[in-house]
Design a protein around this ligand. Structure first.
Ligand SMILES: [Zn+2]
Length: 443
């Protein structure tokens, strides 16, 4: 079966109407909700009230959407400092769900939802799936982890509200995932892009050709990935790979999604108001400029977030999308300012390494960056898996490929790095977010 035969007409879902509101009406909805949420935060969240008072601001100072820029920022450390419930704006009796995201260090951050919040979450997830061309009758395999992580349940309730059939398989047990995908007639899968690559690989080993299955869409997120990675996934699986964006601090998955045109992610901005700022000066940048994404939740009751600094680097796309949605798009996020590491004075993002590696034929989309320090000098090694054909080939071919990769990396990064070719499966597979950088310099 080829890709074209898998495509089916996109049915319009009534929930998507909100994606197409006339712009003036959308701005009005945003402004009205902004006023209410600033008021609510001021009245119920001590940290926010203190900061507003320090700035000499009062909720009635918010009269236009431009006034958002006057409000104080919220950062991840604020969630840790107020652990566990310090930023809640609702009493616990009204909170129907808690989620938490594990931090790399110390205490997790805790997020809360009222019944209304859970409803909003489901509704943005319905709009998300609808934008990906999914509808009632689709069979959605949800391989995001269920539990405190927002990915599993966020996708789950959205898919149910859509009227699709959900398979709550959660992450892991790859062979069973493939069996289910095959036997249950799965038409869409949700997981991290790196896990899907692992699934494709394992399916091949088990003699299953994903192109032959009814699977036609993947909703991939929770980690940055590049266009080059998407091209690989689509070419090898015959599915359409959609980029989904979300974060627990804002709601979970369902903040933004690509439509059929796959050229930027539509932000559900009737609920999440986006700004792009210069991360150094904190000044708001005009649409089209690249900077850090800042989001304000416009309708979240239990835990409103005012101007939350996401650390994700993107830009608002100024042009309208051919799909006709009026909610604005942002460029795909391939890097987070948190992911950046500095080697010999040069700023490097893992996504730059990924794009350079995948531009060379014969490589697999599995790689790892290992940083070490020898005699006070930083060293960067890129380990990349190669196809078994290349690996079993003559030493000469290996050396050739190694040189090509080193050159591609040199051109992209502007510094010399060491490239090691490793055999298939040498790099550990992740069932959730892939670990791309191992920094041994601090030890
Ligand atoms: Zn669109």
């Amino acid at each position: 079966m080829v890709k074209a035969e898998k495509a089916c007409p996109v049915a319009f879902h009534p929930a998507s109407t909100l994606d197409y509101l006339p712009v003036a009406q959308l701005r009005q909805v945003q402004l009205q909700r902004l006023g209410a949420i600033v008021r609510r935060s001021y009245d119920h969240v001590e940290m926010f009230r203190k900061r507003m008072d320090q700035h000499g601001l009062h909720p009635h100072d918010v009269r236009s959407l431009d006034d958002v820029a006057r409000l104080p920022f919220t950062v991840k450390a604020d969630l840790r400092d107020t652990y566990p419930f310090g930023l809640f704006a609702s009493p616990m009796q009204e909170v129907v769900r808690l989620h938490a995201s594990s931090g790399t260090t110390g205490k997790p951050i805790v997020v809360a939802y009222t019944k209304e919040d859970v409803g909003v979450w489901s509704s943005v997830m319905v709009r998300t799936f609808a934008a990906c061309g999914l509808h009632e009758g689709d069979v959605i395999q949800n391989a995001y982890g269920y539990g405190l992580f927002t990915g599993g349940l966020g996708i789950h309730y959205g898919a149910e509200a859509l009227g699709a059939t959900v398979i709550p398989i959660s992450g892991g047990n790859t062979d069973r995932q493939i069996m289910v995908m095959k036997d249950f007639g799965v038409t869409a899968i949700c997981c991290t892009p790196s896990y899907f690559i692992h699934l494709m690989e394992r399916a091949r080993e088990l003699g299953t050709d994903i192109k032959e299955l009814p699977l036609r869409a993947g909703v991939f997120g929770a980690e940055p990935w590049t266009q080059a990675m998407r091209d690989r996934i689509e070419a090898e699986s015959g599915i359409k790979a959609y980029d989904i964006y979300g974060l627990s601090e804002i709601i979970g998955p369902g903040v933004a999604i690509e439509c059929q045109h796959q050229s930027g992610l539509h932000i559900f901005e009737d609920h999440f108001y986006p700004e792009i700022i210069d991360p150094e000066t904190c000044k708001v940048l005009p649409d089209g400029s690249e900077g850090e994404l800042v989001l304000t939740t416009l309708s979240k009751l239990a835990m409103p977030m005012i101007r939350y600094r996401t650390r994700d680097i993107t830009a608002i796309v100024p042009e309208p999308c051919p799909c006709g949605r009026t909610i604005r798009r942002m460029k795909r996020i391939s890097r987070r300012s948190d992911d950046m590491f500095i080697i010999r004075g040069v700023n490097i993002f893992p996504s730059q390494v990924e794009a350079a590696l995948l531009s060379v034929e014969g490589t697999m989309p599995h790689y790892q960056i290992v940083l070490t320090r020898e005699k006070g000098l930083d060293k960067m090694e890129v380990q990349v898996e190669v196809t078994s054909e290349v690996f079993s080939d003559k030493i000469r071919a290996m050396e050739n490929l190694q040189a090509k990769l080193a050159k591609a990396l040199d051109n992209t990064l502007g510094i010399r790095v060491e490239v090691s070719l490793v055999e298939p499966h040498a790099i550990q597979r992740s069932e959730g977010k892939a670990k791309r950088v191992i920094d041994n310099r601090k030890m």
